[in-house]
Write a protein that binds this ligand. Structure first.
Ligand code: VGL
Ligand code: ZN
Length: 208
């Protein structure tokens, strides 16, 4: 059992990212049993939840003439435009009903500011606004952050990278993740994560 210095962060396991959802990650539902089993090996589990207002800046529908997966330059930098997803209070934003992690301690919402996206569960896309997660984990004596969920190349990668920047050890449990993989984004994400000292592990290695 992973004790008080370890936290498992389960990222964005919400209906809109699952098959049939508006921003479906291929095979995203296959990792549900893997995550359920993994989470039983952790005393401390946190859920991240993508949680956007309907007018959110990351939605292509809110930019005249733009389509989903186009890039656009925003005040804080380049932003991929997404289909409308994870709108606050909708069924699409709810966690998949197959998740079975009753002992999870915190649900950390992100992406709720209209003008800023947030892939990372630590710091939003302006690279400035924080969610409070680093402080919460430090106060909880956590030193190592284990990441799983979707999407490997966006929210999981940014969360793992920011965990390293905030001074935590970081592990990505790769078979408990699925990727969007847009224009080589998965390979790029792993290059960045390796360079930052993020460890790649499989669920069987993580919890025996
Ligand atoms: C995500 C794109 C937009 C993710 C969230 O969970 O990886 N990707 N919002
Ligand atoms: Zn989002």
């Amino acid at each position: 059992m992973k004790g008080s210095n370890e936290a498992l962060v389960v990222i964005d396991m919400q209906n809109d990212f699952m098959p049939g959802g508006t921003l479906a990650v291929a095979h995203g539902d296959e990792i549900i049993p893997v995550i359920n089993r993994l989470a039983r090996g952790f005393e401390h589990v946190v859920f991240a939840q993508d949680w956007h207002p309907r007018e959110h800046v990351s939605f292509a529908a809110n930019h005249a003439g733009r389509k989903p997966f186009d890039g656009v330059a925003l005040a804080y930098g380049e932003q991929v435009l997404w289909p409308v997803h994870c709108v606050q209070g909708t069924t699409g934003a709810a966690f998949h009903e197959g998740l079975d992690v009753p002992h999870a301690r915190l649900v950390l919402r992100k992406g709720y500011r209209r003008d800023i996206d947030s892939y990372s569960a630590f710091i939003e896309a302006d690279r400035h606004s924080t969610t409070g997660l680093a402080g919460y984990l430090r106060e909880s004596s956590v030193t190592r952050v284990w990441c799983c969920g979707v999407a490997t190349d966006y929210c999981v990668a940014w969360t793992a990278l920011d965990a390293r920047t905030a001074g935590f050890e970081a592990v990505v449990v790769d078979d408990a993740c699925r990727a969007i993989d847009l224009d080589g984004s998965l390979e790029l994400a792993w290059r960045d994560m390796r360079a930052a000292g993020v460890v790649r592990m499989l669920a069987d290695e993580a919890v025996a």
